[in-house]
Write a protein that binds this ligand. Structure first.
Ligand SMILES: [Zn+2]
Length: 137
């Protein structure tokens, strides 16, 4: 008879040496996945475009011309990535950007405008599908 599983011939049989290795491998895979995810996000951030403004050198709110403006996602939180994906990006000067971050009226105005543009380009159904009903008028 040919013994193929030698572990049974040892007492105690050797611990599977791979146990440690495989958990380390799993760890490496997870780290890799996290890296890929953040790379993906970084790429999205780099490729931000806008369907809200043609001119990326004029502040959306105050119209001030500036070579380098901040990019501001119309919808934040869990919808920030969606905003990037669909080009719901505003170009704002630093001053207006700060205001947009704290001023609820400005934020609502930016939400409403982006929502309108999105619905015009796609549809109301798609807006509800992508952004749920978080931005009631
Ligand atoms: Zn401004």
């Amino acid at each position: 008879m040919l013994v193929t599983d030698l572990r049974k011939s040892f007492n105690p049989y050797p611990k599977p040496k791979d146990m440690k290795k495989s958990s380390k491998e799993t760890e490496q895979i997870i780290v890799k996945q996290i890296k890929q995810k953040s790379n993906k996000l970084a790429k999205k951030e780099r490729n931000r475009f806008s369907i809200l403004q043609k001119n990326d050198t004029k502040c959306f709110l105050c119209n001030k011309e500036q070579k380098k403006l901040d990019k501001h996602e119309a919808f934040g939180g869990s919808n920030r990535q969606k905003s990037m994906e669909f080009g719901l990006i505003y170009y704002l000067c630093r001053r207006c950007h700060n205001r947009a971050d704290v001023d609820i009226v400005i934020r609502k105005y930016l939400h409403d405008f982006a929502k309108k543009k999105f619905i015009k380009k796609y549809s109301k159904e798609k807006f509800l599908e992508e952004f749920k009903n978080n931005y009631e008028e």
